[in-house]
Design a binder for this molecule. Sequence first.
Ligand SMILES: Cc1cc2nc3c(=O)[nH]c(=O)nc-3n(C[C@H](O)[C@H](O)[C@H](O)COP(=O)(O)OP(=O)(O)OC[C@H]3O[C@@H](n4cnc5c(N)ncnc54)[C@H](O)[C@@H]3O)c2cc1C
Length: 479
Amino acid sequence: MTSAARTFAAISSPAPPPGNPVRLGRAVVLGGSVAGLLAARVLAEHAERVVVVERDPLDTGPVARRGVPQGRQVHALLRGGAQQLERWFPGFADRAVAAGAQRVLPAQQALYTDGVGKPGVSQVLCATRPFVEHQVRELVRDLPNVEFRTGRATGLDVSGGAVRAVRGESGGVGFREPGDLVVDASGRASRVPDQLAAAGWDVPPLTRQATGIDYATALFRRPPGQHDEHGVRVAAALVSPGTGSVLGGGAFTPVEGDRWIVLLAGYGTRPGGTAEEFVRLCRRDLPAPFGRVAANELLGDVVTHHQGDSRRRDWTAAARLPARLLAVGDAVSSFNPVYGQGMSSAALHASCLSAFLRSGADLDDPARRFFALQRVVVDAAWTVSTGGDRARTGVPPRGPERLAAGLLGLVVDATVVDPVVARAFDDVTQMVEHPATLLSPGVVWRSVRARRRPRPRPVPPLEPAVLLGPTALPARGAG
Ligand SMILES: Cc1cc2nc3c(=O)[nH]c(=O)nc-3n(C[C@H](O)[C@H](O)[C@H](O)COP(=O)(O)OP(=O)(O)OC[C@H]3O[C@@H](n4cnc5c(N)ncnc54)[C@H](O)[C@@H]3O)c2cc1C
């Protein structure tokens, strides 16, 4: 096992972290979304008081809100994230299910590549993004030493080489929240790097990988108990560029409120922007279970979202950083959303924070040990999501990366016919294991042998293009 894989295993362990907790007076968290809430949960074990500064009012229940524009899109909770939620909030999944989240067994899942299906590997918990955030928020609200402050953070007070307070404003009135530790969880558009630069500190360098992905998400009524006659309740389908479809893929899951949530995704093709086109693509370009789900009543509008790139800020590469400042969640790394890594990364960052605060860290030094731990998690997620994007955009891997990419291709191919390889792959894509575990001799050997096994036949769409009438969309590849 590589040392990164060992570190990843320690961070993602469901057991409480060992060590002596650092004690703090006050901690301040910027942003009260999933990453901020999880950071607050961890900090509550170390600080007398934790203040979460969030610009949106958070008493609105499980509904989409302005500060999280991606909240109306499909959100998968990966197994690695679910495990960490259970670690920080024991009983999280049972509570969520009691409130309406859906537990889906592996046999009720179908994962298709160009129609060739395989069952799921692990049970998944399905709900909308606002529902998950609401569940976490209610549990954080129950912590006696955490409070929420509605207001927009506007700057940091730094003196003596350390961050001392967060400045902000609410309704035109300024405020100052002093803190012994400040955690930036203000998302992908965080202003903290600019604020560091303005104060003469180093800015963690930003790396981007183009994704150019377009999302369209729609909700459909789910009559209680309804599922496909073949029992498919969760599906994810990849569509290769060569097939001529405007889709790069699609997915659906059951969610709270007796609804299905359905995603269509494309790269630069903006698929499914209208209700009519959305339903037609489900029926025509994806395996039959998509068409059956989309035969239900459409609830509300199709909601679209474009994400140009995956981004990461390398805090380990900044030479001069103030002490008592950390960053978590999308403020550090955000990925091509089809890999569903964001909330699980945030949960693992919280576990890095816990390990750091139990490692005897000296908070008067910049938090380098924290950023080094977190980098292992970011690297793992980045490898999975940008590997696919680089292959798609034709960036050829070089040197050792080329060998690794070739072996990985073998492994992915084998997941369709070898359940042991499928499990190993699932552990990595679900952020339970480090990607290096896929290159273990056992997995590679099974993948080589699997090449000889026959492949299952593709599952056709409900309405293959050749059966369409004159009013239908142009056939695949046309136009
Ligand atoms: C289209 C799309 C689909 C996605 N799908 C998935 C998925 O399937 N699975 C998954 O796990 N993840 C997914 N993600 C990622 C996921 O949404 C995020 O990773 C997750 O929300 C955690 O992000 P965060 O808490 O770091 O930041 P955010 O959720 O962006 O929250 C940042 C918070 O900070 C607040 N804030 C910002 N600036 C200030 C300020 N100055 N003062 C006070 N408050 C401030 C905002 O109001 C907001 O509440 C997806 C993302 C996109 C774009």
